[in-house]
Design a binder for this molecule. Sequence first.
Ligand code: AMP
Length: 217
Amino acid sequence: MSQPLTMALSKGRIFEETLPLLKAAGIVVTEDPETSRKLILPTNDPVVRVIIVRASDVPTYVQYGAADFGVAGKDVLLEHGGEGLYQPVDLNIARCRMSVAVSAGFDYASAVRQGARLRVATKFTQTARQHFAAKGVHVDLIKLYGSMELAPLVGLSDAIVDVVSTGSTLRANNLVEVEKIMEISSRLVVNQAAMKMKRERLQPILAAFERAAAAIA
Ligand code: AMP
């Protein structure tokens, strides 16, 4: 008998860009999470189902085995720490960069050079802490959960650390990208126990994902 498989995905860009990879593995999600209120979506394969969770929760569902595998951004994985997860494939999807941005008038170079204490608002506190520690810059980190772009505009922080794709959100809010921290893409994550116990069922899917991702790169 086939073992059931549960895949964790977040709505939006990751879901959309994972669909072609699933298709390469012969899997078609038969309901649209943008219009359906269901959190568990069926696929054309009776043993494969997709659960829709918040992007930052994907590693947690997979770590505890509530999902066998999933797709998570490197930004999210760095914050989570990656415990209990295999990360066999960089899928080369949902690409963007993690950057430091400030208000257009703010002299970031001088603030950093003069050893000023920088107030940095971000959802990505681990990544931000490591980045500024490596540069020897003193920072006060302010944890936010959304719309980081607002923080420098209303005096909550001097700078933000956020993911940037086209840069249009920064421009629309009169912010300037002053430093790129790293390139970001989404990775396949697999529960370590599932990798052993459900290897037979998972392996063809992982192989198809790997081939499709290589074609994107
Ligand atoms: P953009 O205006 O194209 O630079 O997009 C920036 C906004 O979209 C930011 O507020 C980000 O939170 C979000 N964003 C863009 N790309 C990604 C991604 N790959 N993963 C998560 N969030 C993203």
